[in-house]
Design a binder for this molecule. Structure first.
Ligand SMILES: N[C@@H](CCC(=O)N[C@@H](CS)C(=O)NCC(=O)O)C(=O)O
Length: 211
């Protein structure tokens, strides 16, 4: 098995954190430096024509090129500790919360960062070798939606230890990675959102958060 990774990129970190929670050692890891445009090199386009990381390559040559799909693969092989839910109800709720975090938070942080940060000039969408211009209005909208999301998150965490319920799940991983990424454009959880801050401190203190 091989894992195509980039230490500084958010999506591969979601997978590394997921594996760390399960106590699964990282397979042979190949760094693809997206800051140096290595994702567009012929050798990597032969691995993933979409030019994004992470990619998990199985021993039979199968390649899984979506973060959550890689997590699902490891959950099936190593069901405990469960991060995607043990029964139909848990699985539906965790999937619901993870999708909400992706759509209402992670994607907006992506818009704020990729349309706002100078280092992403001409690279507003991942995986476009020919480039993609930044749109300032999208950066602004992303910032606003992220801030709105945090208010809703704080409300949720007033009555729930973790995002999807009493147990840590993939939804917490997606959210903490998004919130850490938002720091790159000076967005943080405001002081008055005490429930969100309590949750963030707890999740960030888990050893997996170092992944
Ligand atoms: N849907 C993909 C998205 C992967 C993605 O956007 N990866 C980013 C790093 S976080 C990337 O490869 N960027 C390449 C680029 O900036 O061109 C997944 O979740 O696996």
């Amino acid at each position: 098995m091989k894992f195509y990774d980039f230490t500084l990129a958010p999506n591969p970190r979601r997978v590394r954190m997921f594996m760390a929670e399960k106590g699964i050692a990282l397979p042979e890891t190949i760094q693809v430096n997206t800051r140096e445009r290595e994702q567009f090199a012929d050798w990597f386009q032969a691995i993933n024509a979409r030019s994004t990381v992470p990619v998990l390559e199985l021993d039979d040559g199968t390649r899984i090129t979506e973060s959550v799909s890689i997590c699902r693969y490891f959950e099936a092989l190593h069901p405990e500790p469960s991060l995607l839910g043990r029964d139909a109800r848990e699985q539906a709720l965790i999937d619901m919360w993870n999708r909400k975090v992706e759509i209402e938070c992670f994607n907006h942080v992506g818009d704020a960062l990729r349309n706002g940060a100078p280092m992403f000039e001409g690279r507003a969408i991942a995986g476009y070798a020919s480039g993609m211009p930044q749109i300032q209005a999208l950066a602004e909208r992303g910032r606003r939606c992220f801030q709105d999301f945090l208010v809703g998150l704080d409300h949720r965490l007033a009555t729930s230890r973790f995002i999807a319920g009493d147990e840590f799940s993939i939804a917490d991983i997606t959210a903490v990675v998004a919130i850490d990424t938002a720091k790159r454009v000076e967005l943080e959880i405001p002081e008055n959102l005490a429930n969100a801050r309590r949750w963030y401190d707890e999740v960030s203190a888990r050893p997996s958060a170092q992944a």
